[in-house]
Write a protein that binds this ligand. Sequence first.
Ligand SMILES: [Zn+2]
Length: 352
Amino acid sequence: MEEELISIKNAALSFILEAEDLKSLEETKLQFLGKSGKLTQTIKDITKIPPEKRKEFGMLANEVKQTIEDAIAQRQENLKQKSEKILRQKIDVTNPGIKPPLGHEHLVTQAIEEISGIFEKIGFTRLRYPEVEWDWYAFEALNFPQNHPARDDWETFFIKAEKDAKKGPMVLTPHTSSGQIREIEKNLAKENKDKNLSIRMLNVAKCYRRQSDVSHTPMFHQFETLVIDKDISISHLKGVLDYFAKSYFGKNRKTRIRPYHFQFTEPSFEVDVTCGVCLGRGCRLCKEGWLEMGGAGMVHPNVLRTGGIDPEKYTGFASGWGVERVLMMREGLEIDDLRLLYSNNLDFLEQF
Ligand SMILES: [Zn+2]
């Protein structure tokens, strides 16, 4: 029985020394000195030994108990001092601080902010029109009759929802031009006899098309300008395009317009900007000195009429370009797969 007391003492002492915090020390205390603790249980067994040896056993048991209690008290003191020291170190204001890792805006968000700033300087107001849109605003009112083959170029996503009697099915807007008629409607409501209709809209929004390959993502961003006022001509359009190209790509860049066809503009143009590598002389990247930027044109009289505007009184121009496209063009980025932009790959994104 004495041997058992000694082995309990040794076990307890080593547990106490190994206790790394006050909680595990408390557990050790319970394990040995608690009501059902090892030492407590052993002392209860005193009845099993002959009466003449009980006194000696009792004395030894008290000694062991005292030793364990002292060791626990000692360790408790040590641990308290240690944690106070750590605490003092933690709030030492002279220690160098720990910088939390800082993220930054996605490069497409950065581009949208920059583009918006450029247009706001010359009086455009940035707006945002619905991503989930009626066919009417996305196509019909923009001079795309039902079943017109030109609709196929837009690879539209349709929403499973009840059709509207006038506005047709619901779609995910395939271009920012869907904001044109909404903007006209909003401004017509404000027009009065003393004030001309005067629109300078910048619509930046997410667009969706059923396309996904190395140079297309199903979701992308466009920025659309729409200007409607008295005597707006192609010169105004060209002036705004040049201003944007110089502001965004650099002072030494120029734009040119080439005839093209869109349903909702007449005449329509493709807009090119001089290549940033050769500045228009021609090189391996651009071949002939120009890079394609996107579409533009004078608002089609049918679109004005649909919106409730007299095309004899007002004219306007519009342009719609991809944010991702102009961003890639400016940075000279050659991304093998455009889908990387939206892949949440931090190794890629942290470079910008
Ligand atoms: Zn070039």
